[in-house]
Design a protein around this ligand. Structure first.
Ligand code: PEP
Ligand code: MG
Length: 315
């Protein structure tokens, strides 16, 4: 069977007809890195650096940061590691990166916005990453959280390059950036869709509010439309775009995302095997048809059911 020929159970991710889809890990620190590095993943698609410093009461020095980053990078050898710069604020407050109380923290100075207010914070982190990359020879790619405009992407990319880091990217998790992704991604080397925040901001539903979980469902057709727009813009400017939100770990939704044009899927490592099998059972044109079926649905539930009904019975 061709599914076996393209390694449905191990090795690089691919559709049944051999279209590559990198399968990557989401990690939050050294322990995660050591576990994920020993698994069959093609690298890291999201290292949430703020997780390392959630309990720090002062800003870590460049040396302290570099030591942690070396230990995170080492287990991956020459596999890629996408490091997200501090995404502080809102649901992930950091004591040393706090600009004071805000009425609406999720809509406030979080993520890259906070670093625009405190550029020394970003520069120290980029310096530490550059040192760790040099010491380990790792394939480090740096990306910014909560980017809304092309100007913000350009500002970030300039600072990344000034530190000698070879690749800069941005999270696409604000609808404005998704809708304008051709302009935003033209400033950088790659994009990564954060479906958790993209759903929150598309649906105007607080991701911390359990009572709104139906609205936050990444199968919401409106969210899929925004993802499709982001993928279209990325294609126009020939930039790879991946997904690193929780949606990437749902095997059926992963098929839809690949059909919409994403080149990589980053998830909790435990979810990689099932996603790998799902991809190996479907051709790229089938993924595209599944994406059309999902976007044609009226509700999230209908979208999920339409894809479940049309996907391989072996899933
Ligand atoms: C996201 O928003 O989807 C994402 C991957 O980042 P986080 O969950 O850390 O905000
Ligand atoms: Mg996010």
């Amino acid at each position: 069977r061709r599914a076996q020929a393209f390694g449905a159970s191990s090795g690089p991710g691919a559709t049944r007809d051999g279209h590559p889809v990198a399968l990557l890990a989401n990690i939050g620190g050294v322990d995660d890195a050591e576990r994920a590095g020993a698994q069959d993943v093609e690298g890291v698609g999201l290292f949430r650096t703020e997780f390392v410093f959630l309990s720090a009461d002062r800003e870590p020095t460049v040396d302290e940061q570099a030591e942690i980053y070396r230990r995170v990078l080492a287990p991956f050898g020459d596999r890629r590691v996408v490091v997200r710069t501090l995404d502080a604020g809102a649901d992930k407050p950091l004591a040393f990166a706090d600009l004071g109380p805000e009425e609406n923290p999720a809509l406030g100075r979080r993520g890259l916005r906070l670093c625009e207010a405190r550029p020394a914070l970003l520069d120290a982190q980029l310096e530490a990453l550059a040192v760790a990359a040099r010491d380990t020879g790792a394939d480090v790619r740096v990306m910014a959280p909560m980017v809304a405009t092309a100007d913000e992407a350009a500002w970030f990319a300039e600072r990344v390059r000034a530190h000698g880091l070879p690749k800069a990217g941005v999270m696409i998790e604000v609808p404005a950036a998704a809708l304008r992704s051709a302009h935003v991604l033209a400033e950088v080397d790659f994009g990564s869709l954060g479906t958790n925040d993209l759903a929150q901001y598309t649906m105007a539903a607080d991701r911390m509010e359990g009572a709104l979980s139906d609205l936050l469902d990444p199968w919401q057709p409106a969210v899929l439309d925004v993802v499709a727009a982001a993928c279209g813009g990325a294609e126009q400017v020939d930039r790879p775009i991946g997904v690193c939100g929780e949606a990437a770990g749902d095997p059926l939704l992963a098929l839809v995302l690949v059909g919409l044009g994403v080149a990589s899927l980053s998830m909790a490592p435990s979810k990689v095997p099932a996603v790998r099998v799902a991809l190996g059972l479907h051709r790229l044109d089938e993924c595209r048809a599944l994406a059309e079926a999902a976007r044609g649905a009226r509700t999230a539930e209908d979208a999920r059911e339409a894809v479940r009904a049309a996907a391989s019975a072996e899933l």
